[in-house]
Design a protein around this ligand. Sequence first.
Ligand SMILES: [Ca+2]
Ligand SMILES: [Ca+2]
Ligand SMILES: [Ca+2]
Length: 422
Amino acid sequence: MKHILTIFFFLLYIFSTAQDQNICKCEALEKAKDSSRKTYSYNYKITRKQALTPPFKFISIQYLKRFSRSENIIDSLEMKMASAESKVASDSLLGYYKVRDSIKKIEFAKQYGDIPLPLIVKIGKLNNTIAILYQTESFFNAKYYLRISMDNGETWKNYYTGMEKNNNYFFKKNSQFPLWKDSRHLQIEADIVRMTRPLTFPSGESEYETLRNNALVVINIDEIIKDSDGDGLNDLEEKMEFFTDPLSKDTDNDGVSDPEDNNPKYKTIDNDFTKALLAALYGEYDLVDNPDPLTIEFIVNLKTFKEDFASQRKRYNSSSNNTKKSFLDMLQYHVMVTNDENLRRTDTLGEKIIFLTSKEFSKYAQQSFSNLYVPVYSNLFKCDDKKDTYILIHNGVSRGETYVITRIPEGWNIKVINQWIT
Ligand SMILES: [Ca+2]
Ligand SMILES: [Ca+2]
Ligand SMILES: [Ca+2]
């Protein structure tokens, strides 16, 4: 990991140095850069012993003499994609993606209990109770969820299991045991694995070693189905994923319940700073003419902010397709790390964003270490004693930039400096 981070920040450094001196050199900027770097300095490594120890009291492990092997699992989606790909001209990258995409669409349309079949690990039925163990669709961190119906498929409830694929279980689709062990317990065969190399950006998949290939994971569901406030998110998901209040249906008290809220922890507000942040992060303003064509600089008029921004969004939304969110889409969210009070209260424009403080992020990172490449934003801070000049630093997965935001008579002048891209 150290190696990647070195490259990561080396690139950051190359792009940073040149422009720093002349536009905005201040002590506060240097300090903030250091602290945003620190957010990434975590340790993903866990020992074999840690990986073999069940992460929760409600999980117990048995080792089997006769077991199903994960290498025998047939990934029918991958197979169908591969066979379709082989018919595409080898030099057509676009054709290749199109084919994969259309096969995926067809396969994902085949569903059980609203879950696309390729994501389902195992379905179990016990009397009138049906359980579906499935994973979310994510390249970085696929999480394991349970969907349970107590009335033979009429109504369903969704539960986060607290477990993530390969951290440290890989649940087997070919598990030979019925999913229900008894009315309180589920059982699923698994490999117990440990990450030995994390994902590197932009290339290089993460690597794992298999510690045990014969585990049977037994899950007591009482803890998983616990939803103390009855808002539809189980306590586990509130505590581990969203950092919302498991005893309040509406953590930020804005009238939108936790599961429906695009920003469940912080009530959206509207002030000059949230406007500046909206413009900086999502704005599509015309650029100010500049002798250097690469400079990004624009003016945000606060008097006409609402109309200006709405028309920009309109243009943007007409070019992207606005289809209704599926059950699966609802499970997707972004994580943004920031301690800035205004940024956390800025409109997320319909995207589900979980804002974590750097302290919460260090906790999140321990259980979700394959999803650490999240955008980190500094506080919007004042640049030394410069009057009305503020700075915001963003470090993302593949790009980052520093915004210099200055008050001017009509509103804000926003200038991007230190842009870097990998
Ligand atoms: Ca809840
Ligand atoms: Ca809640
Ligand atoms: Ca709310």
